[in-house]
Design a protein around this ligand. Sequence first.
Ligand code: MRU
Length: 347
Amino acid sequence: MPVESIRWDEDHATILDQTRLPHEERYLEIASPEAMFEAIQRLRVRGAPAIGVAAAFGLYLGVRDHRGTMEDLLRQVDEVAGMLARSRPTAVNLFWALDRMKGRARELAAADPAEPVQVREGLLEEALRMLEEDREVCQRIGLHGLRLLTPGMRILTHCNTGALATVGIGTALAPVFLAHERGIAVEVYADETRPLLQGARLTAWELQRAGIPVTLLCDGAAASLMARGGVDLVLVGADRVAANGDVANKVGTSGVALAAQAYGVPFYVASPLSTIDLGLATGQEIPIEERDGREVTEVGGVRIAPEGVRVHNPAFDVTPHRFITGIITERGIVHPPFEAALRELVR
Ligand code: MRU
């Protein structure tokens, strides 16, 4: 059974607190939009698709006790959505999910203006629909990506794109899980992913748990592994894909892409359509989250850098589309030139 990153339990959301992995599997009850905001911002729940679903539940939690007029309710929907939207800026799934919830609220309000209760209940249904859809999307990405995998393949990945990052079997790791299920033996090299170590703490844990051979390496070791011919394929996820195919993903991804290009290793990005932002022409326009410098100066709460040193801590980077071999979506794999292919897919 894949691990469950987030679920709905009658009157609250339950998330697996990913900041505690791999040492402790602790589940948290999230019963307010403020608690969901904190969970997203602190990366207790993380990964682009998972934070989209989390935000949708957060929005519902913020309006479920509302008892005013329809006008008031719609105002509250917008306010809570605005608050949740400030949690993290890069993964477009967060904004995609909140926009979809706001749109649904307005649709239901227009259909029955005298029944705010229909809107409130409809928002929970919409969030649950997103959860179900993400499961299906992950499965489809897995099936399309599976076509790239052959027995014995050595796959390098960066960050965490498995069940923890979604509510299904993952994006970039979905083909790996399906290959394993079908008895196609593949192995994974997982970059540790500094500074927050999603590769070491989460990907290594998730793959080990599934019985998939995984080797952990420092981010700085990926290029030389490729130079030695040790990698057959790179598979990574995405937080936002611009119209021209530029991809924002966990910081360090663009270095992996450059090395892959230099050493002739195919570099594929797995991305649900909800991660594609056709409103941005290129990756230069993608907002990149800058996080607390202590994530770099400390490891596990222990200071490793001199006091007072300046820190540059972007959480993501942009891989230019020219380094990307293909983008795996739930509707198939697209190759360059990406612009027209992505527009066609989203249409
Ligand atoms: O900061 P995080 O851990 O939320 O970053 C996650 C990533 O960069 C993932 O690669 C991306 O969200 C794709 S997850 C299917």
